[in-house]
Design a binder for this molecule. Structure first.
Ligand code: ATP
Ligand code: MG
Length: 431
């Protein structure tokens, strides 16, 4: 017998019992974005490799070691998107969406990174991202954090902390970079191979190292904050003042640098301790240089991305395998057509309800068992002896204290629909 095939490592099916939780989460996200004036955009899952190399930065974890890159049949170098920001900027430039105008966009979908799979870290995962273009002010940075806070509130997530930092301007980063390299050179022996390799290329990333030995060195390294110019300092002070005025608690984390090259000024992460090591559920910041780096006119921009898998885990969404609210039964083959019609009449009359008709008939006991397994609250047994008006017998499978009592007698379709409408109106809504 041939071996059955399985998913690739780090890639997962979302099974039927889980998809309701996923779509509820997705609709909270989409609805929140809409309420802040964001429009949805859908980009391809595959782009030219050059987009990510140029957009994210050659010496980042993502581009150096995490991308799913291929040469396709035409010899083109292509990559499964590891994040959405670079693609979103590419789409905006290609279609003139941000030419002399503000634009706020959101997207949701799978991202691909060849990482070591572990809890909360997968090779195909899903992000919801928002990107806003053409706004310079700190109020945008803070509005993004408010939007994320509203999402936590909608989802009932409470144990989450907002950490913020500023990376300053390009000039401030250059001044800091020089002293940081000198400091780290002086401690070269104590660094690990990865940190040594980053010394010349991307020293700021060493601050992000997860190695405790490197972290010890980094703890005394010159802080970027000391090299900020007056405008950067003022901007960061304003971000903090606006957050305080909005009543959003935060902590300043001077070590927060973010793994992608394109950020400047405000960066932020929402972190929870409820998920173990992979505690960052949302990350973002300002990236004023990216649009021009990808060939557009200099355009201020900011955004964030959040990981859906980590959120699902945090929300503890109950699994739901039910497929029906009302289940239509028939036992006499002569009633088959009437049963199919009855199910459709119920779908017309009660659009909020999921209605299933017993398929493949079978004995009443069997059908009732299938109805029960479907999670239906009511069964409707349709009987339509030849030449007579069909009559329906309703049975409540799950007794509701508020439901009107049931007569065992059969009813006309009109009476039965009216009865069900009343009974359903009395029940709490399905989700
Ligand atoms: P980390 O430091 O955890 O690797 P990152 O800086 O690479 O995160 P971003 O690129 O900023 O993460 O992505 C934003 C969010 O997307 C993360 O906060 C996380 O919730 C989610 N995310 C990133 N990579 C993965 C992954 N491999 N699996 C699941 N979720 C992920
Ligand atoms: Mg990462």
């Amino acid at each position: 017998m041939s071996k059955t095939l399985q998913t690739l490592r780090g890639m997962h099916d979302v099974l039927p019992a889980q998809t309701l939780g996923w779509s509820q989460l997705e609709s909270v996200l989409a609805d929140t974005a809409r309420r802040y004036g964001y429009q949805e955009i859908r980009m391809p899952l595959v782009e030219h490799t050059a987009l990510f190399a140029r957009g994210i930065g050659e010496v980042t974890d993502i581009v150096e070691k995490e991308m799913y890159s291929f040469i396709d049949r035409n010899g083109d170098a292509i990559t499964l998107r590891p994040e959405g920001t670079a693609s979103c900027v590419r789409a905006c430039l290609e279609h003139g969406l941000i030419h002399n105008q503000q634009r706020k966009l959101w997207y949701i979908g799978p991202m691909f990174r060849h990482e070591r799979p572990q809890k909360g870290r997968y090779r195909q995962f899903h992000q919801f991202g928002v990107e806003a273009f053409g706004v310079n002010g700190a109020e945008l940075d803070v509005e993004l954090m408010l939007m994320a806070a509203r999402i936590w509130q909608q989802l009932g997530i409470t144990e989450v902390e907002l950490q913020i930092n500023t990376l300053g301007s390009v000039a401030a980063r250059a001044a800091h970079r020089a002293v940081l390299i000198a400091y780290l050179q002086a401690h070269r022996e104590a660094l690990d191979d990865e940190a040594r390799a980053r010394l010349e290329t991307n020293p700021l990333r060493i601050l992000d190292s997860k190695n405790p030995a490197v972290q010890a060195i980094v703890a005394d390294a010159p802080a970027l904050g000391d090299y900020l110019d007056a405008a950067d300092q003022e901007n960061f002070a304003e971000v903090q003042a606006l957050l305080t005025a909005a009543g959003i608690p935060f902590v300043v984390n001077p070590r927060l640098v973010r793994g992608l090259d394109y950020y400047n000024r405000t960066v932020f992460e929402w972190v929870t301790h409820a998920l173990g090591a992979q505690g960052t559920i949302c990350a973002g910041g300002r990236y004023d240089g990216l649009v021009s780096q990808l060939g557009g006119k200099a355009t201020p921009a900011a955004g964030f991305a959040l990981g859906l898998e980590r959120l699902i885990e945090l929300c503890d969404k109950p699994e739901n395998d039910s497929t029906a609210d009302i289940y239509v039964l028939w036992t006499d083959p002569a009633s088959k057509a009437a049963a199919l019609n009855a199910a459709d009449a119920l779908r017309n009359a009660l659009p909020s309800q999921r209605v299933q008709c017993a398929l493949d008939g079978g004995g009443l006991k069997n059908q009732l068992r299938r109805a029960d397994r479907s999670g239906a609250a009511f069964t409707v047994h349709v009987e339509a002896p030849r030449q007579t008006v069909p009559h329906w017998t309703i049975k409540a499978l799950r007794a509701e204290p508020t439901a009107p009592s049931i007569t065992d007698t059969s009813m006309s379709p009109t009476e039965a629909i009216a009865w069900l409408a009343q009974a359903i109106g009395a029940r709490p809504s399905a989700c």
